[in-house]
Design a protein around this ligand. Structure first.
Ligand SMILES: [Zn+2]
Length: 297
């Protein structure tokens, strides 16, 4: 009879999923990190996209479908950032729990204010973001709004642990407040600094900390630089006394390097998400690393 006592224990050991644990799938690393901080051991989070890949053009893997099939909750960035790769995974996973519009689907772009909303949209204008700029995570001021939306949804799906999720959200908020003070102090001397970006991925960060964006190296979103456009950007850099080029880790760097060298401008390769560079391993260290790379020149 004694052996029966061990069976439940044994079953717990072989199960990778703890009973009652919410299964969450996030599209990008920053979402996964925020969910882990709020859900801790009450949730299991799987993130689909790698942080050092181009977030607009993730190549879907069959394993993504299996992960989504088991999920209770899918959390996406939204603002059409996943439009090129996620809809087919949702379709193939065929999981009724995580369909857009349902309780098991959370679109974070609905909880923040989007900037750069185009007035007229046409594919001739390049691979535009028709709902506005979806890279809102890069304004650290949006972290509490994202965390609140995640907390509310975890509470909705698992109300027994409401106090637990809310306490973890408070803890995240306190850390955010402390971090924000540090970033603001370090970036104060850069207020009004004029910069050029490769793609408009750092707009939120730049607006938040008072930089002025004078141009982009890609002539239109998603379109590589041309010789004519590079000449225009060089002229602008000279006229506006631009000192920095901000570039992500995944786009080709040759045009930026060419301009930086010719005009003696500092090229900064910066993380846009958790996992984009090894130092940026959580939502706070993404900004720590941007600030460090910017202030260390
Ligand atoms: Zn973009």
């Amino acid at each position: 009879m004694k052996v029966w006592k061990f069976i439940p224990l044994l079953m717990m050991c072989v199960q990778s999923v703890l009973p009652g644990q919410l299964q969450v799938v996030s599209t990008y690393g920053y979402i996964g990190d925020i969910v882990s901080r709020i859900g801790k051991e009450r949730v299991e989070v799987v993130t689909l996209a790698r942080g050092d890949y181009n977030p607009h053009v993730i190549i879907p893997k069959p394993s993504y479908i299996a992960k989504l099939r088991r999920a209770d909750l899918l959390i996406i960035n939204g603002g059409q950032l996943e439009i090129g790769w996620l809809p087919q995974i949702i379709r193939q996973a065929n999981n009724g729990a995580v369909q857009p519009g349902g309780r098991g689907f959370l679109d974070l772009s609905m909880h923040v204010h989007l900037i750069d909303v185009p007035t007229g949209v046409s594919r001739e204008l390049g691979d535009v973001h028709p709902e506005g700029n979806p890279h809102f995570f890069l304004d650290p001021d949006n972290i509490p709004a994202i965390a609140n939306a995640v907390t509310a949804r975890l509470v909705e799906l698992d109300s027994d642990n409401q106090a637990y999720y809310e306490a973890n959200n408070k803890e995240l908020y306190a850390l955010w407040q402390q971090k924000m003070k540090g970033w603001e102090a370090k970036l104060k001397p850069f207020k009004g600094e004029k910069i050029v970006e490769y793609h408009r991925i750092f707009d939120y960060f730049l607006h938040r900390f008072g930089f002025t964006i004078v141009g982009t190296i890609e002539p239109l979103p998603g379109i590589p630089a041309t010789t004519k456009h590079i000449a225009d950007v060089e002229k602008l850099i000279g006229q506006e006394h631009v000192k920095f080029i901000f570039q992500d880790v995944y786009n080709p760097q040759d045009a930026s390097e060419y301009i930086a060298k010719r005009l003696n401008v500092k090229l900064l390769i910066l993380p846009h998400d958790v996992g984009a560079v090894k130092e940026a391993d959580n939502v706070f260290s993404v900004f720590d690393e941007i600030v460090r790379r910017l202030t260390n020149v």
